[in-house]
Design a protein around this ligand. Structure first.
Ligand code: TYD
Ligand code: MG
Length: 426
């Protein structure tokens, strides 16, 4: 049942005029933008370089950060590690694990424990009271789904509780200037009540993701009021915690030593950072009715589109073939520049001819089979050069202002998909 207050026309008229009589000398007044004194916020720089970069240069005081991810991906590990590495006081509140469990984990992770305070509590008021007394530089709550406010009757983890607790933490953060990290569990679909509905309350939404079967974890920003959202951090899960991967290319390429068909290297960008990764494709005749298409780490719809382009514009008969695509390392890539390497990998698997291991690619493929230019081509070429690649294929539309003579690597420019085929296999 929902209560609806019926307003008569007369009444409504009076209410609508009420603001005219209001005299508001207190409270916020309109102020010209140049008159506002920006207090330069000193960000909290953590020991974790990847996290600093993803946040846009450290933690902003008074900000509230939602740290989402699937259960078991390593959220508690990363944030406990953050607390252990801190120079200033950090309060880590856990409603999921006992003090003992946390202590064991901390022992495993190593690091400096002096500044790390643990509280096992789920009552939001008690948490805030302790925080106020302790005055830490950072408050971490693990997880938002376990917190509850005594003002409400509903169960912890319910929509109303999650929203109420997040709102209280947000007010607290703004008032005390203590930044707050909220851990939130998200299911694969991101559907569960909780983190999704908090996105508009919090300042920053970080997503921690990765394939459980691989050791790499990616930290992405979905929303950031204080920085760009295209930065990405990469970690590797090890026996003693998460290790920052500051040079992803070398790691993702290290397993490759012989020429195999169906594999191609792409020069991609993640935010401002160039990264070379390997794409693998397998084409084989479909034996059971409908051909299968499957992609790991890449958008399946985009793969279908690329296959259609390959069939129509380059005359590859793929209609009766199974196509499997895999991005090495369990990494998910959104950069369109990976298209060209996918095409090359598919062609290579189809022809069963290997692409030399010192060749890489960077280009987007359009619907008419044209190779389109991509952003930051200099940086991509430079990174490939640095890693010892001998040849790189890019779009011929990408050469404006590009001085290829300063690189040791040979730069091939192509305009159409057919040219890729002729250059590589004909
Ligand atoms: P955890 O941080 O508990 O995940 P979340 O809080 O996101 O649910 O991490 C879970 C996994 O991480 C666990 O399955 C084991 C693994 N792990 C390691 O491999 N090394 C370690 O040092 C730690 C602490 C965990
Ligand atoms: Mg956890």
């Amino acid at each position: 049942m929902e209560e609806k207050v019926v307003k008569t026309a007369n009444n409504l008229d009076k209410q609508q005029q009420e603001w005219r009589k209001m005299s508001d000398k207190k409270g916020p007044q309109p102020i010209a933008l140049p008159d506002i004194q920006a207090s330069r916020t000193r960000r909290l720089i953590t020991k974790d370089e990847e996290l600093n970069r993803v946040l846009g240069g450290g933690i902003v005081p008074g900000s509230i950060v939602l740290f989402g991810g699937q259960p078991g991906i390593g959220k508690s590990t990363l944030l406990l590690q953050l607390a252990l590495g801190a120079k200033a006081k950090v309060l880590y509140v856990s409603g999921e694990e006992s003090e003992n469990q946390i202590k064991m984990r901390a022992d495993r992770l190593g690091g400096n424990m002096d500044n790390c305070f643990i509280l096992t509590e789920t009552n939001i008021h008690k948490i805030l009271k302790h925080t106020l007394e302790l005055q830490p530089q950072l408050l971490i709550t693990d997880s938002i789904q376990t917190l509850s406010s005594p003002n409400l009757d509903s169960m912890p983890g319910s929509i109303t509780q999650v929203r109420e607790c997040a709102a209280e933490l947000q007010r607290f953060a703004k008032e005390t200037n203590i930044p707050v990290f909220l851990i939130g569990h998200i299911t694969k679909e991101g559907s569960i009540a909780g983190p999704k509905l908090l996105e508009h309350i919090v300042d920053v939404v970080l997503l921690f993701e990765g394939d459980r079967h691989y050791t790499y974890r990616m930290l992405r920003t979905q929303k950031n009021r204080f920085g760009s959202t295209d930065e990405m951090g990469i970690y590797e899960m090890q026996a003693d915690g998460l290790r920052e991967v500051s040079n992803p290319s070398e790691l993702l390429l290290s397993q490759k030593d012989e020429d195999l068909s169906g594999s191609a290297i792409s020069a991609t960008m993640e935010g401002m950072r160039p990264m070379l990764i390997e794409v693998q494709a397998l084409i084989s005749p479909a034996v059971y009715g409908n051909p299968q298409r499957s992609a790991t780490g890449f958008d399946l719809r985009r793969l279908n589109m690329l296959l259609a382009v390959l069939e129509k514009r380059a005359g590859f008969p793929l209609g009766q073939q199974d196509v499997f695509l895999n991005i090495a390392g369990g990494i998910r890539v959104d950069d369109p520049a990976i298209d060209l390497s996918i095409m090359a990998a598919i062609m290579s698997s189809h022809e069963d001819v290997a692409i030399p291991t010192d060749v890489c690619f960077a280009g987007e493929v359009g619907l008419s089979g044209e190779i389109r230019s991509v952003s930051r081509i200099d940086q991509r070429i430079q990174e490939a050069d640095r890693l010892g690649f001998k040849e790189i294929f890019i779009s011929k539309y990408n050469t404006k202002g590009l001085d290829t003579s300063r690189f040791g690597i040979k730069v091939y420019t192509i305009g159409k998909l057919q040219e890729l085929y002729t250059e590589l296999f004909a």
